[in-house]
Design a protein around this ligand. Structure first.
Ligand SMILES: [Cu+2]
Length: 285
């Protein structure tokens, strides 16, 4: 009996020891984005290094982890940092850095970290990424979706306010890319097998509502940051509001290559050209 109890304690401790303090450093970089049609406009992102990349760094944790995060502001103006539903938001002076530690206890959970200052101007300039705590480490894909209005980009990246009532986005990205380049991102383009469990984390870090339409397959909502009542619903179109996160689970029932795109077709364009926006294909073998 004593031996069994000790064995159980050892077993429990070994499970708990998976939880750890995970150290990461994010660099807030301002840069120039080259869109799919070679148009360029200012953008800002949170990256792993001091080099600007349109794709914001993605943070994956295990439940029970403490995220020990340093954020370095490499820009010449003041910025902010907030983790949605987790922190209240802090400011970072130009050239300075902040440090915070946040505990993540829920699995199958996704949230957004972002620059919360200036009435969403900085977030709309690109500063928003995904934090994900998966329940299953296999078959994970990520779509960080954003929309941009090219002729506002200089104002937004400088933190100037805009009249959101007149917002008219003309560039649309997934993980910083658009169709057809997005198909080169192996964390975005779903490639899998019949019967495999595929998890897709979608975060709308842009400013418009999007509606993601799957051809060929249905998916089930396993997490919704806005509507927990939607969990368990199986369907093929998923509206997602600004700053919402969804986790979808899909088990393909047949092989094939099928498109996924924003059902709002203006978001399947870049500078008015179709289909250079939020459009990619899923390949199931
Ligand atoms: Cu469709």
């Amino acid at each position: 009996m004593l031996r069994a109890t000790i064995a159980l304690i050892v077993l429990c401790t070994s499970f708990l020891s998976n939880a750890e303090t995970v150290h990461h450093r994010l660099h807030l970089n301002a840069g120039v984005y080259t869109a799919v049609d070679t148009t360029t406009f200012p953008m800002a992102s949170f990256n792993w290094t001091t080099t600007f990349e349109a794709q914001n760094a993605r943070i994956t944790l295990e439940s029970g982890d403490s995220l020990s995060l340093t954020i370095v502001n490499n820009d010449s103006i003041k910025h902010g940092f907030k983790i949605k539903d987790k922190t209240s938001g802090e400011e970072i002076a130009p050239g300075d850095s902040i440090h915070l530690t946040v505990f993540f206890d829920q699995e199958d959970y996704a949230t957004i970290y972002y620059d919360h200052l200036n009435n969403s101007s900085f977030r709309a300039a690109g500063l928003g990424g995904i934090i994900h705590v998966p329940s299953n480490p296999e078959g994970l894909f990520y779509w960080n979706i954003k929309d941009f209005q090219k002729n506002w980009a200089s104002q937004l990246v400088s933190g100037e306010s805009v009249n959101w009532m007149t917002y008219y986005p003309d560039y649309f990205t997934i993980n910083g890319r658009s169709n057809p380049h997005i198909n080169q991102d192996s964390m975005a383009r779903v490639v899998g097998s019949v019967g495999e469990t595929i998890t897709i984390v979608i975060a709308n870090t842009g400013s418009s509502v999007h509606s993601i339409h799957f051809h060929g397959y249905h998916a089930e909502i396993t997490y919704s940051s806005l509507n927990s009542a939607h969990i368990g619903r199986s369907k093929d179109t998923f509206p997602i509001k600004s700053m919402e996160t969804l986790i979808l689970e899909m088990v393909p029932d047949k092989p094939g290559e099928y498109p996924v795109h924003d059902h709002n077709l203006s978001a399947v364009s870049a500078g008015g050209i179709y289909p250079n926006g939020m459009f990619l294909t899923m390949l199931i073998q």
